[in-house]
Ligand binder design. Structure first.
Ligand code: FAD
Length: 494
């Protein structure tokens, strides 16, 4: 059978590899010139930066993909746990280094909010329970047809806290404002607001704090390179700079794709098509109105995207002892920040700032004694009243000033190279729905059910993978979306 995959993001590369490992002929068309999609990399002089993800969680999911393909992940890439997982810095200067070793974390908590030591342990226990109740039901299950729903344990589902928000449940669980802000932060791992998303998302801390956070040697982009190599080793034909124009459908079946380049149009036939392009973009742009009615297209456009991100990459000629591999500078008013991003849809006046500093862990990413700072703040998804071109330099300056005020002394005097990536760039460069970086938001308790499924209901033999599909955004869930799509293809073509 010949399968076409559209897009070389993580979802596309994993599905192509799994399909090829099962003996199918696979052709992957990528609009850009690199593997990885949003998981990308840039080099500015002697500085190397990731341009997308910087934290790898749940590595066992990708490990299983390699094993299914008859390979070993460790032959393709090298990963290592990070300790501390992350350093958190609060506006009053309080520091919290968080470790996956519980005793080390509790020692830290004792120093700034001893009243919450037991609450921390209790909350992590609850988070582990949530994982046990939800992971099999919502993550490892394609939820595509009735037989998949039969495996859900409805008694469990009544106790997953879907009716409170993350913020409400965290407010109840902790006394100290430090730990409240800390636990609210995990909702941003899928681009949502803790003040809107259901408390079921309190499962995320368990994934990082108990299962661990990992770094990929050479930078996270090496993960994309590793899966690209896996796909190539299994015989996938990867064709870069080949933007798919349309998914062709005949008699309600996907029959291939058309590619238009430099005025040349060509049709490539396939038995099945897997789209790793953003799900909203796939339904509204790659399928004609004949196959997805305009009312349905409007319904897809109405799904709320996850937040976007504003990225500042700075090569600087010094190190700061304040910075670990991952460091977060919290804002002083978290609620205001999320209201600005998700309700007012404007850049936060005083954003929480995340810095990944891979030169802390590995040589060669910056000259000796220098640092490569990947600085990310959450930003609203794009809309026509927000022009990042006009705003980007002043917003970058604001971030630099905030970092200076929080301990990165004289930062602007040490900048050797600088690059900015805005929400508009994420939208334009990868065809992502309004520049969202994780796909669709989880800002409602129904979001998990509204997310497009991995098997399309608009055309037979059409499947969707990636952050905008079930089960959601982030490297592990996108990998699962690809596993689901391939298992559905196996069911359908048995
Ligand atoms: C700044 C940032 C930080 C992040 N941090 C983390 C993190 O720390 N940890 C984590 O787990 N996740 C993180 N994420 C999220 C993670 O990167 C994404 O969820 C994941 O990489 C998305 O993969 P995907 O398969 O959905 O494809 P995408 O990366 O969206 O790739 C889709 C591909 O399809 C191609 N395409 C689109 N249209 C066409 C077309 N018409 N024809 C051909 N090709 C097409 C695009 O060019 C692209 O290459 C972050 C993302 C960003 C941007």
């Amino acid at each position: 059978m010949h399968c076409i995959v559209i897009g070389a993001g993580i979802g596309g590369l994993v599905s192509a590899s799994l399909l090829a490992a099962k003996g199918n002929e696979v052709t992957l068309f990528e609009a850009g010139s690199l593997p990885g999609g949003k998981m990308s990399e840039i080099r500015l002089g002697d500085y190397r930066f990731d341009s997308g993800p910087s934290l790898f969680t749940m590595p066992f999911i990708l490990d299983d993909v390699f094993k299914t393909c008859g390979k070993e992940l460790s032959d393709y890439m090298s990963i290592s746990p990070l300790e501390p997982l992350c350093r958190y810095i609060y506006p009053d200067g309080t520091r919290f280094d968080n470790f996956s070793d519980l005793s080390k974390t509790l020692e830290q908590i004792r120093s700034f909010s001893p009243e919450d030591e037991e609450n921390y342990v209790r909350f992590l226990g609850k988070s582990a329970e949530l994982y046990a109740k939800t992971a099999q039901a919502f993550l490892f299950n394609p939820l595509a047809e009735w037989s998949d729903f039969k495996t859900l344990n409805f008694k469990d589902l009544l106790s997953i806290n879907a009716f409170a928000t993350v913020s409400e449940s965290v407010e109840r669980a902790f006394i100290s404002s430090y730990l409240k802000q800390f636990f609210k932060r995990f909702t941003t791992y899928n681009g949502s607001s803790p003040y809107k998303a259901p408390a079921t998302l309190n499962v995320i801390p368990y994934v990082e704090l108990a299962q661990g956070g990992f770094y990929v040697k050479g930078g996270l982009f090496q993960l994309a390179k590793a899966i690209e190599k896996l796909a190539l080793d299994l015989g996938v034909s990867i064709q870069y700079n080949q933007p798919v124009q349309q998914i062709e459908v005949k008699n309600k079946k996907a029959i291939g794709v058309s590619i238009s380049k430099n005025g040349d149009n060509r049709f490539v036939k396939a038995d099945c098509v897997i789209s790793n392009a953003d799900s909203v973009y796939t339904y509204t742009k790659l399928l004609s109105d004949k196959h997805v009615k305009s009312a349905d297209k409007k319904r897809f456009e109405a799904l709320e995207p996850s937040c976007s991100g504003f990225v500042l990459q700075l090569g600087i000629n010094r190190t700061y002892s304040l910075l670990k591999h991952h460091t977060i500078f919290f804002s002083s008013d978290y609620k205001k920040e999320f209201d600005e991003i998700f309700s007012e849809r404007k850049p936060a006046e005083e954003p929480t700032i995340y810095i990944a500093n891979t030169s802390f862990s590995e040589d060669g990413h910056a000259p000796q004694g220098h640092s490569n700072l990947f600085i990310l703040v959450n930003a609203p998804y794009t809309h026509k009243h927000l022009s990042w071109n006009e705003l980007k330099e002043s917003y970058a300056e604001k971030i630099i000033q905030l970092l200076k005020a929080n301990g990165l002394v004289d930062l602007e005097k040490h900048i050797i190279s600088k690059n900015i990536i805005t929400p508009d760039d994420f939208e334009k460069n990868y065809n992502t729905n309004r520049g969202s970086i994780y796909g669709l938001s989880s800002n409602s308790r129904y979001a998990a059910f509204l997310r497009p499924r991995n098997r399309s209901s608009y055309a037979k033999n059409l499947y969707l993978v990636g952050g905008g599909t079930h089960p959601g955004g982030g490297i592990p869930l996108v990998t699962l979306s690809a596993k689901h799509a391939v298992s559905l293809i196996e069911r359908d073509f048995k």
